[in-house]
Ligand binder design. Structure first.
Ligand code: NCD
Length: 325
């Protein structure tokens, strides 16, 4: 059962009922989640992966937008901690019959789940729900607002490779405008003392984004110069109304990550992408598959550990389970 430092509850305090975003978390909150996630990595590599931290608890995944890795990752995280996990998607929910989001949430809440993981196409929808339920809520991605567990898993990957986050130069490139991954990463990385550069065409940058404490570049060669980490984002055409880029081909020419553009970054710069990737649009296939530089699959692996940590800290704050009450 071990693989953790100790099977006993760790003496920690996570002073939040929900995980709605990275904004509002402190450095200590983030470090606590990353340290705890670290302890799950070894466990997840063993043949026997189960703990009973969430035994008797119920986790419901409510996904109103399609997802492969995030939903599977939360499901595995919940099951490996011993919870009962239910997956609900829009296609099978009463939303299809005209029920409102809040009514769906109230219905599920009446079944006494302990944690709801919610993904929704509208920014702010997950916070809205959190005002109507008693269980803990984790934001699995809301519109172009936040995707906190993605930023945490990205940070965990970076920290494992570089030993720290503070002082690193991280270039986030591509469709910043529509990206909740970018927003959560900007919050997390700036809170932890990293330097963040955004690299995108002006059409894919939100107005006044510099106010988030980032540098902005429109040219990949300048934006990637000396970067420790190059984080690519998917061109999110499903969120675009109208035309933001002339064509996928032209976008690749100016903003697609190739070895030629990567050459100005640090020689050992890591390549990241939250997935799903558009090969040949935001990233050249050979770069994405370069196992000496790309940590894209490690991001997926560590995502499970991060979600286990998030589930554990929130569950410990629920009545009747942890030492915090
Ligand atoms: C991201 C998302 O859904 O926000 N993917 C993910 O969670 N791994 C990014 C994306 O869809 O491009």
């Amino acid at each position: 059962m071990s693989g953790r430092v100790s099977a006993e509850p760790q003496p920690f305090v996570f002073p939040h009922r929900h995980l709605l975003g990275i904004e509002g978390l402190s450095r200590d909150d983030i470090a606590l989640l990353l340290d705890l996630a670290e302890s799950y990595i070894a466990l997840n590599r063993r043949a026997e992966k189960k703990l009973d931290v969430l035994r008797g608890r119920t986790l419901i995944n409510m996904f109103f937008e399609s997802s492969t890795r995030t939903r599977t990752s939360f499901e595995l995280a919940g099951k490996r901690l011993g919870a009962d996990v239910i997956n609900m998607s829009t296609s099978s929910s009463s939303i299809k019959k005209g029920e409102t989001l809040i009514d769906t949430a109230l219905t599920l809440n009446a079944m006494q789940p302990d944690v709801l993981v919610v993904r929704h196409p509208d920014s702010g929808a997950v916070r809205l729900l959190s005002n109507h339920v008693e269980c803990a809520i984790i934001n699995g991605g809301d519109g172009s607002h936040e995707h906190p567990t993605q930023a945490l898993l990205d940070a965990l990957v970076i920290r494992r490779h570089r030993g720290r986050l503070a002082g690193l130069l991280i270039a986030i490139c591509g469709d910043i405008m529509h990206s909740r991954v970018a927003r959560s990463n900007i919050h997390l990385l700036t809170i932890m003392g990293a330097r963040v550069r955004l690299v995108a065409p002006p059409t894919l940058l939100p107005a006044a984004i510099e106010r988030m404490g980032v540098e902005v570049h429109h040219d990949m060669h300048r934006g990637l110069a000396d970067a420790d980490i190059v984080m690519m984002l998917r061109l999110q055409t499903e969120r675009m109304q109208g035309s933001f880029v002339p064509s996928a081909r032209e976008y690749f020419h100016f903003y697609g990550l190739t070895y030629e553009k990567l050459a100005v970054a640090k020689p050992d710069a890591l390549i990241m992408h939250p997935g799903p990737m558009n090969r040949g649009v935001e990233i050249d296939s050979v770069v994405a598959d370069d196992i000496t530089r790309s940590v894209i699959l490690e991001q997926v692996e560590l995502g499970v550990a991060v979600r286990q940590a998030c589930l554990e800290v929130l569950a410990r704050n629920l009545p009747g389970i942890g030492h915090n009450r």
